[in-house]
Design a protein around this ligand. Structure first.
Ligand SMILES: Cc1ncc(COP(=O)(O)O)c(C=O)c1O
Length: 383
């Protein structure tokens, strides 16, 4: 086996979840998904497709009608994007891996803004690239980007800048000005940007249908690949459907990479994606409102606890907080499972920069569960 694969760290979130295995009384908030199933209008489309016998291979880059629908959807949010620049992928994580396969190999340098969902930094490592980490820093309890440090880290030797905003786990979001500065810098250094924008719709600033996107600023020929997913904004985590937007020069290569990875996304899943996009205007704003309600239920209760530091996230589905005196997040998260029946993700899962923090996914059908979770946390802290 390749050394780098042998050395890949296991998921610390799974390690905590395994500590609660077989216990039905645990309230789980550790994974990045809601407890609400995919809406019927999306499920029905997949069932119809299966009934119609759509059980065959499809085009590598996706059904033409789904690429067109994505072009309209993305274009409606960010300005025109030609369907020819879009590839349908088998999930957001697959989209990110394909982008990384196309752009970084052994000896290449990837700069990543961290802490971040660990899959993002594992991908270049698997491919043999080196990863330089640029940490977000905490100011007044909120995570912020030291833009000067990022620009210093990205040099002409940097093949790829990897940035996820809204960020999992911190909720940090890039501003439009920061995006413009980063894009201008990467144009000068010749660096590709892989932007993970899977939480773009899960954004709580009033009057904004989505978070700022690099697509709002970049031209079609910029070295920019944007990864997105149906998972979060359509409650479709189990379906494994995503997409990429890329410059025209990359599309043929991406088709080949998809052929050699998955060959295509399943047709009935793509039909579900088409239904999701057709119903997006009637569904996504309501979902975001429900998530906002969840956020606004959990955050004040957490912030009121003595010794707890937490900032209200502008986007994403996570409260990211720390408790004074609890510096070993894995041990603390395991103790919360075994002693209090509360399932949270340890900050250490997202990199050393997030050690001492905990991530709480607040996406739930029932905000009362969040309050019940806070009671368990209080019990564990002796409050
Ligand atoms: C930051 C980030 N990017 C990408 C993904 C991938 O989502 P999926 O593979 O379900 O589309 C996730 C999922 O949790 C995520 O948190």
């Amino acid at each position: 086996m390749r050394h780098v694969i042998d050395q890949l760290p296991g998921s610390k979130i799974r390690e905590v979840a395994n500590a609660g295995l077989g216990r039905r009384d645990v309230l789980p908030f550790w994974f990045g998904e809601s407890d609400e199933p995919t809406p019927d209008f999306i499920r029905d489309a997949a069932v119809r497709s299966l009934h119609d016998g759509e059980t065959f291979y499809a085009h590598n880059l996706g059904l033409p009608e789904l690429r067109e629908a994505l072009s309209a959807h993305v274009g409606g949010l960010h300005g025109p994007v030609d369907a020819a620049r879009i590839a349908v992928t088998s999930s957001g994580v697959n989209a990110l891996m394909l982008a990384m396969q196309a752009l970084a190999g052994p000896g290449d340098e990837v700069v990543a803004v961290v802490p971040v969902w660990p899959n993002l930094t594992a991908q270049p490592a698997i491919l043999g690239a080196s990863v330089k980490r640029v940490p977000l820093t905490v100011r007044d309890g909120a995570w912020v980007l030291d833009i000067a440090a990022l620009l210093e880290a990205v040099t002409p030797r940097t093949n790829v800048l990897l940035v996820n905003a809204p960020n999992n786990p911190t909720g940090w979001t890039l501003t439009r000005d920061e995006q413009a500065t980063i894009l201008a810098h990467c144009r000068r250094t010749g660096t590709w940007i892989i932007a993970d924008e899977v939480y773009e719709r899960v954004f709580f600033e009033p009057g904004n249908a989505c978070a700022p996107s690099f697509l709002d600023l970049a031209g079609p020929d910029d070295r920019l690949v944007v990864a997105n997913s149906f998972s979060k904004s359509f409650l479709m985590t189990g379906w494994r459907l995503g997409w990429l937007v890329m410059p025209p020069t990359l599309v043929d290569a991406m088709g080949k990479l998809i052929e050699f990875n998955t060959s295509c996304a399943p047709v009935f899943v793509q039909r579900a994606g088409l239904a999701a996009l057709a119903g997006a205007a009637g569904f996504v704003p309501g979902l975001v409102e429900r998530l906002r309600h969840c956020r606004d239920t959990l955050l004040p209760q957490l912030a009121a606890l003595p010794g707890v530091s937490v900032a209200t996230p502008r986007g994403g589905m996570y409260a990211f907080f720390r408790v004074d005196g609890q510096d070993d997040s894995l041990a603390f998260a395991k103790r919360l499972v075994t002693d209090a029946g509360l399932g949270l993700a340890p900050g250490a899962a997202f990199g050393a920069e997030a050690e001492g923090w905990l991530r709480w996914c607040f996406a739930s059908r029932d905000p009362q569960r969040l309050s019940a979770g806070v009671s368990r946390l209080k019990g564990a802290l002796g409050l």
